[in-house]
Design a protein around this ligand. Sequence first.
Ligand SMILES: [Zn+2]
Length: 269
Amino acid sequence: MTFYETVTAAIRDFATHGFDSADRLTKWQELLRKSAEQAGASSSRMEAMLNDALKAIYRRLVERGGILQRHPGVQRWTLAKFAPRLRAELDRRIMASSQLIRLNRQQAIEQTIRRFSGWASSVPAGGSKTTDKGEVKEDVRKALASLPFVERRVLIDQGHKFTASLNNILAVDGGAIAARWFSHWRQVNYDYRPDHKERDGQVYLVRNNWAQTRGLIKVGPAGYTDQITQPGEEVFCRCSYTYIYNLRDMPDEMLTAKGREELERVRVA
Ligand SMILES: [Zn+2]
């Protein structure tokens, strides 16, 4: 029996007999849960899809070096050096995402049982002729029916978050001194956050980086990276950072006098 058929049978049974015993309710709750869990066989398929998607991101960014585009100045061998840490992040992300998928599914099943029980326990013993079965059915099925949509969102969002955390690990370990925000707000039909559009092109200082410690650069009008949410942190955020590793790539107003001297000295040398 499919989940839909189970819901239909359960509603018909209660419309006929009503809430005449706790046993009747318990029996149907168990059948619904079992049937919803079987319908959830697709949950493992979903987890497999998520694994594949995250691994594909890892291959593109780390194994093929695509991540370096956002880290100008970092060499391939530096990336290779940090690969174990990035690989660990892949495993961590796969675990967290699978858990999220499972939790969402459990939640949808519980919500379905709750909706059904709420309705069923309100039908008087002896049944009800006035119940609009179609409406009840739709209401009970709602949570499970919206699950594929919720899961697709999770898949996309976890991909963005994974990309952002790989970038962050490389930046921290690689010694980035600042980061320039990039927003896709110009893209047609992209539902951007207005405050992320404001961040577009702004340069945020990485707090206590080596160049700041040596007095070569200072914080700019945009502030520090730790004062704002990170790219991909908020749901469906597709913004990204391009990291800055060298004094010469810094905006002039963020260099100190000492920093300008240093830059000049390097240029002459
Ligand atoms: Zn954003």
